[in-house]
Design a protein around this ligand. Structure first.
Ligand code: HSE
Length: 438
């Protein structure tokens, strides 16, 4: 039987899982791939660990470049992460005519255009299923299974760390900072959790899905990103009283004026399946014009779940390596994006959505009338409203308003006017809300 020779860059969590699953399921994977998939060389900074994990069966080095230039390697699996060495290694591998499999969402979202152009020129495959939502085969679904559809929107819980934190905040009524510490202790959040909690990791994954869904190049600088660090558990509680869950949602939508690509805390009706995705799990809803909404759920991170996607890509390479580039599934789903590549990405002020507003108001006659007049004057329709009684000794009440859909700049103008009312104390809390039903 022929064999596909793999050079593995990085044998940490995902690399270790890839080695273990490939070894454990080798016979079955070979029968599916039509050839043996064999890791022939591993590069890792930690040589001892690499030797231990590969049990002395595989050549081990700490020199990444010796793998990407090795004539005995057919495909390079990049699991180093980051931008510098990973990018150099991938471009060098492509230059040497090797196919590439990567889990590096940050690199694909920011340098994907350059990497795909280089790969196309060389006729090699760059596969990245593991870059989005870990073990969920969402790239496969978007590029192949849903190919008949005009994609209308994609909404995802695509960061497990923040979903774990939000689940704990809701279940235990805890503050963000208390749960973050717990997430770090349990090993969910990185020691520097910025990419997760500020929504950047989710934004990388969303950019990749948006490019595939709508036929646009990567343009990560246009993704609106807002994390969960300022979210108060009080708002999670009030949202729940109104029938909603708060999730860090990645939302990309084709609207009449352009494409929205945004990550932010979002109220979702609790009756939607995706609102009930808890803990560190991920889920993505894709709305196609023919199929309607479809939901993909599973582990968004972790050793063997992510390895499952890496190996699926390796099997694709094994099956397609002898085809021409025209006969393969295109990197970003389209052979030709000339009709869509310049579709504008809307700035956040131009997006349309519904809103949750919370304000602190003097508990006296006429205040609600003033607030609702400001909204009404701007054609912002109220969907639901709730006033919390002042607690003992307090003279101010929390007012929560859910609105129908409006353009964000219109809502911002209304909020400015509400904040200027003498009866309103401090800033209005604004969260976006998505019904995800049409
Ligand atoms: N840090 C990510 C998460 C996993 O929490 O989902 C890798 O993308």
């Amino acid at each position: 039987m022929k064999s596909l020779k793999v050079g593995l860059l990085g044998i940490g969590t995902v690399g270790g899982g890839t080695y273990a699953v490939l070894t454990r399921n080798q016979e079955e994977i070979s029968r599916r791939a039509g050839c043996k998939i064999e890791i022939v060389k591993v590069a890792d900074r930690n040589l001892e660990l690499a030797k231990k994990l590969t049990n002395g069966q595989v050549e081990v080095t700490d020199d990444v470049m010796s793998i990407v230039t090795d004539p005995n390697v057919d495909v390079v699996v990049e699991l180093i992460g980051g931008y510098t060495l990973a990018k150099d290694a991938i471009l060098k591998a492509i230059e040497h005519g090797k196919h590439v499999v990567t889990a590096n969402k940050a690199l694909i979202a920011t340098h994907g255009n350059e990497i795909f152009a280089a790969a196309k020129a060389k006729g090699v495959i760059v596969a990245f299923e593991a870059a989005v939502a870990g073990g969920i085969p969402i790239i496969k679904a978007l590029r192949e299974g849903l190919v008949a559809n005009k994609i209308e929107w994609i909404a995802g819980i695509i960061n497990g760390t923040t979903n774990f934190i939000l689940t704990e905040m809701r279940d235990k009524g805890l503050a963000f900072s208390d749960v973050l510490g717990e997430a770090q202790r349990l090993g969910y959040a990185e020691a520097d959790p910025t990419f997760d909690v500020e929504g950047i990791d989710a934004a990388h994954k969303l950019m990749i899905m948006s490019a595939i869904g709508f036929g646009i190049p990567m343009q990560f600088d246009k993704v609106y990103t807002e994390g969960i660090t300022k979210l108060e558990s009080k708002d999670i509680r009030y949202a729940e009283e109104l029938g909603y869950r708060v999730k860090l949602l990645g939302m990309t939508k084709h609207s009449a004026n352009g494409i929205e690509i945004r990550v932010h805390p979002t109220l979702i009706p609790e009756k939607r399946l995706i609102a009930n995705v808890n803990g560190a799990m991920n889920a993505v809803v894709v709305k196609g014009d023919a199929v309607g909404p479809t939901l993909y759920y599973g582990a968004g991170a972790g050793s063997e779940p992510t390895a499952s996607s890496v190996i699926a890509d390796l099997v694709d390479v094994a099956r397609m390596q002898n085809t021409s580039i025209q006969d393969r599934v295109p990197y970003l789903a389209y052979h030709d994006i000339s009709a869509t590549e310049n579709t504008p990405i809307l700035p956040i002020s131009e997006i349309s959505t519904a809103y949750y507003l919370r304000m602190r108001a003097s508990d006296k006659p006429g205040v609600l009338a003033e607030v609702t007049k400001i909204l009404g004057d701007r054609q912002i329709s109220i969907d639901a409203m709730m006033q919390k009684e002042p607690q003992d000794g307090e003279t101010e009440a929390d007012i929560v308003i859910l609105t129908h859909i409006t353009v964000e700049k219109n809502m911002n103008a209304a909020i400015q006017a509400i904040e200027a009312l003498p009866a309103i104390d401090g800033a209005v809390v604004k969260l976006r809300m998505e019904e995800l039903n049409k």
